[in-house]
Design a protein around this ligand. Structure first.
Ligand code: H2P
Length: 776
């Protein structure tokens, strides 16, 4: 009531849901600020080492519900809201998603921030305060349409703007030599301004800061032009500067905006490093030789890899340290996480662009390269500059104390493929830290029925120590427990069905298998395999409509990068197939498809707890880890998957009997791909795949000319081996059908999945980083 009146300036009789949501958010924020400030004081007074996580993406989602849970105030909040006649769900769902990321990479950064706070590790996350996060997705006639995300169109109650923490970021210009020193005279500059969001940990013992940078012009606006009546031109400097923090570029996309993307990466990195050095000097004095003792920096993928040369530049050009020492200090401070082996995501910048935007950095990159060559006596195949391009993967590797992969399989592949030569030179540098997810958001908050059952069965300790889920294993043979587990799942499925009916008009039977594939749309993740299997199944049901079919609802969710034509065509195909299948009076009692648009964190929170089956069907060797796979396992869904990424570890932990495995291994996939005509050969052998492709070509799901190129690619190229794995997948799906028909057996498998999922807490992952990489 206080915040409604005094912060929002509204009386309860006029207050909207928005007003109430802000009042509730400020109330909760007040409770976070105290531990937040205490944590800062403790870190400063005890001169603690800090972790700095640099990431172009933080896929935070909504904050309010998570904060309430971590403060342990859910019951009190319910009571308070009820006494005011307010509806909790309505208030929580009024908050827009902070969609500052594409997918797993950005969501991992958000889970890590939460775990760092839950474990009480002094840390800052550094990112960009995109005014428009990832685009909003709509479907028009089945096709993806992108519209701007506008989460900051309304006051954002969680952030504190820090006008005093502003740094100038230069671009372009010249490098001159003055008194034997290199001096960079940037031709353009903007100001990076800090916006802080506290991230509260479990049980509110500690809170860290997510510091996002917004771009401001160095000169606010051109008064001279304004007075002359040229208003648009007067505002130009501001508009140009703001472009830097306006949108999040979807990764692996086109050439467009390359310069802007490089500038964004430098903007984030330089602001963060200037802030880190300022804080170090304030706490520990001018002697930067101790930087690695107090600072551990993690580069989330190659996006902030310019940190290597930038840190050297700051130490050398601004703090007068010699190059060799600057290089050594930078290397002992920086670490790099690799998230993918796909060449498209290992950034390369043309020398021309790098030299144009960051001329001083290009010089330093050449010095780093030269030093590495000399010190390792190596030929050019490990060099940073290759074929007139700067390879950011190599730069990140060479500048890192440790390089980590994100699952056991991925790390092995990092060692044996992309960085094989560098690994030989630096055999101790690559380490594995299998990803994890926070159980606070992904279990306690998003799945209250299951959380209540867990509390009742094994006590509440699991939220802060997910290994305690092991205590559930004995209950896998307890019929009473399994009934309750089924009831909890059913409650989530009913809630989801109601939502699907209201939003999409799809009438879903909660008894059906809820079979869910949600993630970025990408060919390697093989949503195409899933939809082709759906078509083949539909055809089979038509052949024997009186058969004993297990009803299934296939749910898809995900966005395609705006320039990624094939992924967009697959979205179109799924929607077209859904239209035909959902309206089919013969089959729709057995098979339906739901593809809600604009998949985001909040949607994941509803879909994952309601899933029976988790689709993790990437071409083996391509999905670095996956984190959705972990969330599903924790929530009792069974996985149908390939031996890829963290699926391998999930299967080992839950046991092969409780996991639906299909498909080629990573090694087999490599061999298969090398065979000429592999796709055609596999399709010729598979009646089900052939019929699925034929039905599309015949136009059974809408105009076939939309799909000719996709069909042609599948027959003649099939880079991600959809055809080679099709039959194995189809058969495996039928074994899912029969397993699901045996309720008792299915529920037992589900219980064992939950019981074995403790390893996938991001608390475990962060402890691993603390020990192996950061030494905090
Ligand atoms: C990526 C990888 C995932 C990995 C995640 C976090 C880039 O995420 O592909 O396999 O789990 O990073 O390490 P995504 O595809 O979801 O955008």
């Amino acid at each position: 009531m206080y915040h409604l009146t005094h912060t929002q300036g509204r009386g309860p009789e006029f207050a909207t849901v928005f007003d109430w949501r802000l009042a509730v958010s400020y109330t909760i924020r007040d409770l976070i600020v105290t531990p937040w400030m205490a944590g800062h004081r403790t870190s400063r007074d005890n001169k603690l080492k800090r972790v700095y996580y640099l990431s172009m993406e933080f896929l935070i989602g909504r904050i309010l519900g998570d904060a309430i849970i971590n403060l342990g105030l859910d019951h009190q909040m319910d009571e308070a809201l009820e006494s005011l006649g307010l509806n909790r769900t309505q208030i929580l769902e009024d908050e827009p998603d902070a969609a500052l990321g594409n997918g797993g990479l950005g969501r991992l950064a958000a889970c890590f921030m939460e775990s760092l706070s839950s474990l009480g590790v002094p840390a800052f996350g550094y990112g960009i305060r995109y005014e428009h996060g990832l685009f909003r997705q709509r479907f028009a006639a089945g096709q993806q349409v992108e519209t701007p995300e506008d989460w900051l169109n309304q006051p954002h109650p969680w952030e504190f703007v820090r006008v005093d923490y502003s740094y100038t970021i230069g671009f372009k210009g010249e490098v001159e030599t003055v008194d034997g020193h290199s001096v960079w005279l940037p031709g353009e500059s903007v100001v990076a301004r800090a916006y802080d969001t506290p991230v509260i940990g479990w049980q509110a013992n500690w809170a860290n800061t997510l510091r996002l940078w917004g771009a401001q012009p160095t000169n606010l606006f051109d008064l001279h032009r304004f007075n002359a009546g040229d208003y648009a031109a007067a505002a130009e400097p501001e508009a140009l500067a703001r472009t830097l923090s306006r949108v999040l570029y979807p990764d692996d996309t086109t050439d467009q905006g390359k310069e802007l993307r490089l500038k964004q990466e430098y903007f984030l990195t330089s602001a963060a490093l200037q802030d880190i050095i300022r804080r170090f000097v304030a706490e520990h004095g001018e002697d930067l030789a101790h930087l690695p003792d107090k600072v551990a920096i993690q580069l989330n993928d190659t996006h902030p890899a310019i940190a290597g040369p930038e840190l050297i530049r700051l130490l050398m050009d601004e703090h007068d340290l010699p190059f060799a020492q600057s290089l050594d200090l930078a290397r002992r401070t920086l670490n790099y996480t690799n998230h993918t082996l796909l060449p498209e995501a290992l950034e390369r910048w043309s020398i021309w662009l790098m030299g144009h935007v960051l001329p001083r950095h290009l010089q330093i990159i050449r010095m780093i390269d030269e030093d590495h060559r000399k010190s390792t006596g190596r030929p050019a195949n490990v060099s940073i500059i290759d074929h007139d391009e700067v390879r950011m993967g190599e730069l990140a590797f060479i500048m890192a104390g440790k390089v980590n992969g994100v699952s056991a399989l991925h790390t092995d592949l990092v060692r044996s493929t992309v960085f094989a030569d560098l690994h030989k030179l630096h055999p101790d540098r690559i380490v594995n830290l299998t990803n994890g997810v926070t159980p606070r958001r992904w279990l306690r908050m998003s799945n209250p029925p299951l959380a209540r059952l867990l509390d009742k069965t094994i006590g509440t300790g699991w939220t802060g120590d997910l290994d305690l889920l092991k205590g559930l294993a004995p209950y896998a043979d307890d019929g009473g427990f399994l009934d309750e587990l089924r009831a909890a799942k059913r409650q989530n499925k009913v809630a989801l069905s109601n939502g699907l009916l209201a939003d999409l008009g799809i009438n879903a039977d909660p008894e059906a298998i809820f079979d869910v594939q949600v993630k970025r749309m990408h060919e390697y993740k093989r949503q195409l395999l899933n939809i082709l299997e759906t078509i083949a199944l539909w055809h089979r049901i038509h052949e024997s409509p009186n058969g004993d079919w297990t009803p299934r609802l296939k749910i898809f969710g995900g966005k395609a990068a705006p320039g990624y034509w094939t992924a967009k065509t697959i979205i179109h195909l799924i929607n077209d197939v859904a239209k035909t299948i959902n309206d089919d009076p013969v089959t729709s009692q057995f098979l339906k498809i739901a593809y809600p648009p604009n998949y985001n964190v909040s949607m994941a929170e509803k879909l994952i707890p309601a899933a029976d089956l988790s689709e993790q069907i990437s071409t083996a060797g391509k999905e670095a880890s996956g984190t959705g796979n972990m969330k599903f396992t924790m929530n009792g869904a069974l996985t149908i998957g390939t031996l890829d990424g963290a699926n391998v570890e999930i299967r080992e932990l839950v046991g092969p009997d409780n996991f639906f495995l299909f498909g080629l291994t990573a090694a087999e996939a490599e061999t298969e791909k090398a065979k000429p005509g592999h796709a055609r050969a596999a399709i010729e052998k598979s009646d089900d795949m052939k019929i699925a492709l034929q039905l599309i070509a015949e136009g059974r799901f809408g105009r076939p000319e939309h799909y000719y190129a996709l069909l042609d690619r599948t027959w003649n190229d099939d880079p991600f081996l959809v055809a080679s794995d099709f039959d194995s997948y189809y058969r495996c799906q039928r074994s899912v059908d029969s397993a699901y028909a045996d309720h008792g057996h299915w529920d037992r498998m589900s219980a064992l999945n939950i019981a074995s999922s403790g390893f996938f807490s991001s608390d475990r992952t962060i402890r691993g980083y603390m020990e192996t990489i950061w030494h905090v």
